[in-house]
Design a protein around this ligand. Structure first.
Ligand SMILES: [Zn+2]
Ligand SMILES: [Zn+2]
Length: 82
């Protein structure tokens, strides 16, 4: 029962990181580490350790489910479509 399929309809839910595909803040972690899924457009993303934009390595800090999804160097999203 780890299948979170809550539709983005209720108010007061934490707005997560923005989806690189649709731009909506409905990115949610999945039960796989480093994997995210947008519950809005249902695209899946993987958090990479190397920035796809500038190639900078980034340590993945798991402080919360938000933030830390961007490259420290250039601010590009560290998420890649799966
Ligand atoms: Zn999306
Ligand atoms: Zn970068």
């Amino acid at each position: 029962m780890e299948d979170d399929q809550d539709p983005p309809s209720k108010a007061g839910i934490d707005l997560g990181p923005q989806c690189p595909n649709c731009g909506e803040p409905w990115l949610r972690p999945t039960n796989l580490p480093g994997r995210y899924r947008c519950v809005y457009c249902l695209h899946r993303f993987e958090l990479t350790s190397v920035c796809p934009h500038c190639g900078e390595h980034s340590t993945i800090v798991r402080m919360s489910s938000t933030a830390i999804l961007k490259c420290n160097a250039c601010g590009h999203s560290m998420l890649q479509a799966v």
